[in-house]
Design a protein. Structure first.
Length: 416
C-alpha cells in the first residue's frame, strides 16, 4: 500500500450565515467552492489535468447547493476538463469523509493526485429551508418516513445535545466554561496569525476583496454574558417533528424513557451559523516526488463509525477509539485533537470519556467561536490540526466530529 500525503490545505474565512448580512452570502455555492480549488492550484502549481478526482462534500444539498458541486466547482476554478468531480453527503462529517475517500484512492494505487474538501452556505440553505418549512415540509432526520422513525427515532440536534447533557450530568455552567474558553483560544490564534498559512482572501471576479477575516468570533464573551442567554432549543421540546407526529422530546424518550431533558444549550455554546469552504490537495509518494510537490503530512489511519441515531451526537468517542486502533497508537501519542464543537456537550463528553488533556483539544478554539459551515468544517479542522502540528512541532493529530444520523468519521495525520 502506497503512502497518501497531504500537500496543502486552504480554507476561506467564515462569513456570517445570514442572507444579506454575511460577506459571503451573495456568492453562488459553486463559486465559493471554486475559490479554494483555484487557490490550491495557484499555491502549488500542479497540472489540473493530473487530478484523478475532486471529491467534494455538501450537506445542505438543496436548490443551488444541489447537484454535483464537485464537478461544477472544478470547472469554475479553471481545472482541466479531465479532472472529474463528485459530491457526497455525510452531513457534518462530509469533508473528513471526502478526504478519507481521496486518501484511500491513493493508498490503493488507483490515483496519484486527488482533491478533497467541502462547503456549505448556511445563509442560503437556511433561507431555502425556511421556504420549505412554510410549504409544509418539517424538520428532523427521517422526516416523512414513519417506518424509519419507528425503528430509529431521530430528533432535533439541539434537543439531542440537551438530552446528552442531562444523561451525563453535565451542567450549563460547565458547558459555558468551555464556550468562553473556545472564544479565548480563537482570539489568541487570530491575533497571532495561527490560521494565516491556510486561510485565503475571497475576491470577486474584478479582484475586489469580499472577505479577508473571520466574521463570527466574539472575543469579548464572558461567563456572565453567556449566563444571560436564553436556551435556543426549548421551543422544540414539545414541537411536533412533523404534522401529527411525535414531539422532538418524545422521539428521544421513545428510546430513552424517563430522560428529563432540560434546555440549556444556547448560541454561546453551540456552533456558529456561517458560510465557508475548504479544500485539501493529496498525492501519492511517487507523484509528489516526480512533480516536486513537498508533503506537509501523511495520512496514518482513517475510520468511519455509526452510533445511536436517536442521540445522534455521540459518535466521536467510538470513532477516535477505532482510528487509534487502526493506527496502532494510543491517546498519549496524539499531540493535538480537533473535535468539532457542534455543541459544547459533544467536546465536554469527548474529553471526559477519553480522559484527555484539555490543552490539547481544540487548542485554537473551535466552531463555537469560529462557526461551522457543516460540510466544509472537516477539511477546515484537518488544516487547523496540521497548522498546529507545524507551529508546535507535534507529530500526530486526530480529527473527528459528530454527524447527523448518529455517525462520526475520523482521521489521524502525521506531520512531515
Amino acid at each position: 500500500m502506497t503512502e497518501a500525503y497531504i500537500i496543502d490545505t486552504v480554507r476561506t474565512p467564515r462569513g456570517i450565515g445570514k442572507m444579506g448580512k454575511g460577506a459571503l452570502s451573495q456568492m453562488h455555492p459553486e463559486h465559493l467552492s471554486a475559490t479554494v480549488l483555484a487557490a490550491l492550484k495557484e499555491r502549488n502549481g500542479f497540472d489540473t489535468a493530473d487530478v484523478d478526482d475532486v471529491i467534494w462534500g455538501v450537506s445542505a444539498a438543496l436548490g443551488l447547493q444541489a447537484g454535483d458541486i464537485g464537478r461544477m466547482a472544478a470547472l469554475d476554478a479553471g481545472y482541466d476538463v479531465r479532472a472529474g468531480g463528485v459530491t457526497l453527503n455525510r452531513f457534518c462529517g462530509s469533508s473528513i469523509t471526502s478526504t478519507n475517500f481521496a486518501a484511500a484512492m491513493i493508498m490503493s494505487g488507483m490515483a496519484g493526485l486527488m482533491v478533497s474538501g467541502g462547503m456549505d452556505m448556511l445563509s442560503y440553505a437556511n433561507a431555502y429551508g425556511m421556504k420549505m418549512r412554510e410549504a409544509g415540509f418539517g424538520g428532523g432526520m427521517g422526516v416523512g418516513n414513519p417506518r424509519l422513525q419507528a425503528k430509529h427515532p431521530q430528533s432535533n440536534q439541539g434537543v439531542c445535545a440537551d438530552a446528552i447533557a442531562a444523561m451525563e450530568g453535565i451542567t450549563r455552567a460547565e458547558l459555558e466554561q468551555l464556550g468562553v474558553e473556545s472564544q479565548r483560544r480563537a482570539a489568541i490564534a487570530l491575533a497571532e496569525g495561527r490560521f494565516a498559512k491556510s486561510t485565503i482572501v475571497v475576491k470577486d471576479d474584478e479582484g475586489n476583496v469580499i472577505l479577508d477575516h473571520e466574521e463570527y468570533p466574539r472575543p469579548d464573551t464572558t461567563a456572565e454574558s453567556l449566563a444571560q442567554l436564553k436556551p435556543a432549543f426549548e421551543m422544540f421540546l414539545n414541537m411536533p417533528s412533523q404534522p401529527g407526529g411525535k414531539t422532538y422530546a418524545e422521539l428521544i424518550n421513545q428510546v430513552y424513557p424517563g430522560v428529563d431533558i432540560k434546555p440549556i444549550h444556547h448560541v454561546g455554546i453551540s456552533s456558529g451559523v456561517v458560510d465557508g469552504a475548504a479544500a485539501i490537495l493529496l498525492a501519492s509518494k511517487d507523484y509528489a516526488e516526480k512533480h516536486g510537490l513537498k508533503p506537509r503530512a501523511r495520512i496514518v489511519a482513517m475510520a468511519e463509525t455509526g452510533d445511536c441515531p436517536t442521540l445522534m451526537l455521540n459518535g466521536p468517542v467510538p470513532a477516535a477509539k477505532k482510528v487509534l486502533e487502526k493506527a496502532g497508537l494510543t491517546k498519549d501519542d496524539i499531540d493535538t485533537w480537533e473535535v468539532n464543537e457542534a455543541f459544547a456537550v459533544v467536546v465536554e463528553k469527548f474529553i471526559r470519556d477519553l480522559d484527555l488533556d484539555r490543552t490539547k483539544v481544540n487548542p485554537n478554539g473551535g466552531s463555537i467561536a469560529l462557526g461551522h459551515p457543516i460540510a466544509g468544517t472537516g477539511a477546515i479542522l484537518i488544516g487547523t490540526a496540521l497548522d498546529e502540528l507545524e507551529r508546535t512541532g507535534g507529530r500526530y493529530g486526530l480529527i473527528t466530529m459528530c454527524a447527523a444520523g448518529g455517525m462520526a468519521p475520523a482521521i489521524i495525520i502525521e506531520r512531515i
